[in-house]
Design a protein around this ligand. Structure first.
Ligand code: ADP
Ligand code: ZN
Ligand code: ZN
Length: 854
């Protein structure tokens, strides 16, 4: 046999649950022969891959006892790979004729996924029409999902050096002497194929072995505590010890310090952290070890999650209105488990939330406080923590793997934190019991995951979760979605309104500024009208701050050749490249494709390249020229990519290090700056001219929210909206701060055209690098769907951006009456999708189903 060597498969017992290290070796033969025909026990597992089904494995007798739903197991997947999966269901009947392999190993001592989470996952998979595997990927911290690596291990053997090629030698030189070296690490020495050949050679010579290994690289953060042995708590024993230690003064010092820090003599013993003890007693590990040996102390390890505690309760007093509002919410919960709080910007919703959280404190359950994007809400989080004066767990995807894993384990521990503030993904955390869910800025689109499956909406998911736990829900916003407000009007949600600013401060004064006229009169300075210029100057003179909002980042959205009309387009997407001056590049905002900024037109060679339109970067530049004395900061994706960058900009602006803050919609979101007296909207028209039935609602929300940043603490704020079309109704509603009027017009329109909330939408999108194939597949699927749904199917059609990342896209919408059984509709869609996927030509077409797209 050519490859008669053994592949040793080492599976390490690993992880936070690990009590010891247990190695298991198996040969390739064994891995392949895991079709356990005789084993009578079968389980279903969920694998972390975007596949639709669950998978059946057999369990050998000796593992049987350890198998419990919610634990992770290692299973062979594919020809050679090992993968960690979650035990889902026990005692299933295998599909006849299918090859069933054995579970290789159980990873956890305790389930890491709870039953409640499984029910949640099932609901998500069904409702959002995706596989449990996709849910698992979204739900679990990366650090918990493991798959195997091939490791190369040196082995003892005497071989004639003459037999080795130079590549063989360099591979040997690169192998670690301890443990295995991942094959991928060797691939930098030479090309993949030659490395493979060389490894085969070395294997035959017996110089190396290969093993598949699943290694948990990331462990939760732990802290080590020093604990006094129980026997020494007896004073006589203790004083004997102290006498004895007189000869070892350094050890004595450690013990004395310990007694002091732990509060031994005050009789409420506090745990003492190891490093703290070493520092304070000026000692080191070997001194402590000596004491451990003498059985004076032992060590105790605990999860070290950073409780991110609290400041002082600053004694916030609710105003009369706020108090009334909180009372009404509690009362409304008697009839509806979900209540919508419609409170204008600056009305003090944060205080109302805090008050409500305090008032449900008596119970044992947990509170989930959802915020649209944590980084933008550091201010809010800090304020809440101070008001609550309680430990708060803050969770979002910007934390490191290790941090997220630690938090997860903390929630699974016997002392889980009570209050969890988190962004979208925190709905996946292992709650033990929820009492209350608060969704702040409930209108925010970022609650919806739009980039990849599962396309879930955290707000709706949180409502499901709350229902599952019998918890109450509070949705809050100054500009609720038309959908939520409608449900409240219908009596499905409770409704509480708070329609004045705290301290009876007036709502900001909003004025319009005519871009068309200023252009015609040639009065524009950069992109600013004369009114805007004058008002900014006046605000600066008053030593107040200004926020300038433009919904586009970069320098300019177009670069056009004035001689031949060439404009820079992305290679991979059907969009224009945006000019970014700082990077001297043309960038695609969809795929990241970039081009060095050309000096001459690539088409005709002309040097007459001009930029058209303006983004935040250009506005910043212009402001620097127009207001040379002002200090200007910019907040958009380009300036906030780095961890903490956003927080730093917010803090600096808050502390008055800048006079003007330019930004994209980031600046519209819930920020609370004391000294901002003026807000400028650069071009409002862009906000409502979008092909989307929600464009009007969105424009209203965005304008009202950005306006709401002005004049929040002391005097009435001022807002200047620059626009071409000053007649647009949305401006009228925004200026009058008339949410209800906006709602009425929109709900009429939705009713007339059967848009949500009068229907449910499901978007089906197909994509493939071949335009023709995409079109054919969409027609095929469209026809299938039409036979079920008839007129309810809209499309297929090209989406507004017809190609992204080199994939041609087609989409269709299914518009379902609310009264229709949604389960039947889902089953019908799946059966059409099965037909598509069963069609030989369309196998490679990528399909996205987006339920309730926004
Ligand atoms: P919203 O979230 O409704 O826009 P905030 O909760 O951010 O409003 O409150 C707006 C501003 O008014 C904040 O600076 C807040 O500190 C202040 N404020 C609101 N209510 C009170 C109160 N009862 N006591 C003191 N300050 C308050
Ligand atoms: Zn040209
Ligand atoms: Zn692109």
């Amino acid at each position: 046999m050519k490859h008669a060597y053994n592949i040793k498969s080492k599976l390490e017992r690993i992880g936070y649950t690990s009590l010891g290290v247990l190695n298991m070796f198996m040969s390739v033969a064994c891995l392949k022969a895991t079709f356990a025909f005789m084993t009578p026990h079968f389980i279903q597992v969920i694998v972390p891959l975007a596949l639709r089904g669950v998978f059946t494995y057999a369990v050998s007798e000796e593992l049987l006892e350890e198998i419990i739903p919610g634990k992770r197991v290692v299973v062979p997947f594919g020809p050679k790979r090992l993968i960690s999966a979650i035990v889902y269901k026990l005692e299933v009947q295998p599909v006849k004729g299918a090859k069933i392999r054995n579970v290789s190993y159980v990873l956890d001592n305790e389930p890491i996924i709870t039953d409640d989470q499984f029910r949640f996952w099932e609901w998500l998979a069904n409702y959002y029409m995706c596989g449990l595997g996709s849910i698992m990927i979204a739900a679990m911290p990366d650090a918990m999902r493991l798959s195997s690596q091939t490791l190369v291990v040196l082995s003892e053997s005497n071989v004639d050096v003459e037999l080795l090629t130079s590549l063989d030698k360099s591979i040997l030189a690169n192998l670690s002497t301890k443990g295995g070296t991942p094959v991928v690490n060797l691939e930098k020495i030479g090309n993949k194929a030659s490395i493979q050949r060389s490894l085969d050679h070395l294997l035959r010579l017996g110089l190396v072995e290969v093993e598949e290994s699943v290694v948990e690289q990331i462990k939760p953060k732990t802290q080590t505590f020093v604990v006094l042995e129980d026997t020494l708590k007896d004073e006589v024993k203790l004083s004997e010890l102290l006498d004895m230690l007189v000869k070892a003064p350094k050890q004595l010092e450690v013990v004395m310090r310990y007694l002091e820090i732990s509060g031994f003599f005050r009789a409420n013993l506090q745990p003492v952290e190891r490093n703290k003890l070493l520092n304070l007693s000026n000692s080191n590990a070997s001194i402590l070890n000596a004491l451990l040996k003498k059985e004076v102390f032992y060590l105790h390890e605990e999860l070290a999650y950073d409780p991110s505690l609290t400041g002082m309760d600053e004694g916030y007093q609710l105003s009369g209105k706020q108090k009334e509002c909180a009372d009404s919410i509690l009362k409304a919960w008697n009839t509806n488990s979900t209540v919508l709080l419609h409170g204008v910007t600056g009305s003090g919703k944060t205080l109302v939330y805090a008050d409500i959280m305090k008032r449900v404190r008596s119970t044992t359950g947990q509170v989930l406080f959802l915020v649209p994007e944590i980084a933008l809400t550091t201010q809010l989080v800090e304020r809440l923590k101070r008001m609550l004066n309680e430990e708060v767990l803050v969770y979002h995807s910007r934390f490191s793997n290790k941090e997220r894993l630690t938090m997860w384990m903390q929630l699974r521990s016997s002392t889980p934190p009570r209050i969890i503030i988190g962004a979208r993904s925190s709905v996946f955390l292992p709650f033990q019991k929820l009492d209350l869910v608060i969704v702040d800025e409930e209108h925010e689109v970022s609650y919806k995951q739009a980039e990849s499956a599962p396309f879930y909406n955290a707000k709706d998911s949180a409502i499901w979760l709350a229902h599952h736990f019998g918890a109450k829900v509070l949705l809050g916003s100054a500009t609720p979605t038309v959908q939520s407000y409608y449900l409240a009007k219908q009596g499905k949600f409770g409704l509480v309104e708070l329609n004045e600013r705290f301290g009876q401060l007036k709502m900001p004064k909003i004025e319009l500024s005519d871009l068309r006229k200023a252009l015609a009169d040639k009065k524009m300075k950069g992109d600013f009208t004369p009114e805007t210029m004058a008002q900014i100057q006046q605000t600066l003179n008053n030593k107040k701050q200004v926020i300038v909002f433009q919904n586009r980042r970069g320098y300019a959205p177009y670069q056009i050749c004035q001689s031949c009309g060439w404009s820079a387009e992305c290679n991979n997407c059907d969009v224009n490249l945006t000019y970014h001056k700082f990077f001297e590049k043309l960038l695609c905002h969809y795929c990241g494709y970039s081009l060095k900024q050309p000096k001459h037109c690539p088409q005709c060679g002309s040097a007459k390249l001009v930029v058209k339109g303006y983004g935040t970067e250009k506005i910043e530049d212009d402001l620097e020229i127009l207001f040379p004395d002002a200090r200007i900061a910019r907040m958009d994706l380009d300036t906030t990519r780095k961890k903490m960058a956003l927080e730093n900009i917010i803090t600096a602006f808050q502390e008055g290090s800048h006079d003007i803050l330019v930004g994209t919609q980031m600046v519209t979101k819930g920020l609370d700056f004391e000294n901002v007296a003026m807000v400028v909207v650069m071009t409002a028209d862009a906000l409502w001219s979008r092909p989307d039935f929600r464009a009007f609602e969105r424009a209203f929300q965005l304008l009202t929210q950005v306006a709401g940043r002005a004049g929040r603490k002391t005097a009435q704020g001022k807002v200047l909206i620059q626009a071409y079309n000053l007649e647009h109704t949305v401006l009228d509603f925004v200026m009058r701060n008339d949410y209800k009027a906006m709602f009425e017009t929109q709900i009429m329109e939705r009713r007339e055209f059967d848009y949500p909330p009068f229907s449910r939408m499901i978007r089906v999108q197909l994509g493939h690098p071949d335009a023709k194939l995409t079109k054919e597949a969409s027609i095929f699927l469209g026809n299938k769907l039409r036979s079920f749904f008839g007129e309810r199917l809209l499309g297929p059609e090209e989406p507004p951006i017809a190609r992204i990342r080199n994939r041609y896209l087609r989409q269709m919408f299914i518009k379902l009456e609310i009264s229709l059984s949604s389960q039947k509709s889902r089953d019908a869609i799946w059966s059409c999708v099965d037909d598509l996927e069963g069609h030989i030509d369309f196998r490679k077409v990528r399909l996205h189903i987006d339920v309730d797209p926004i």
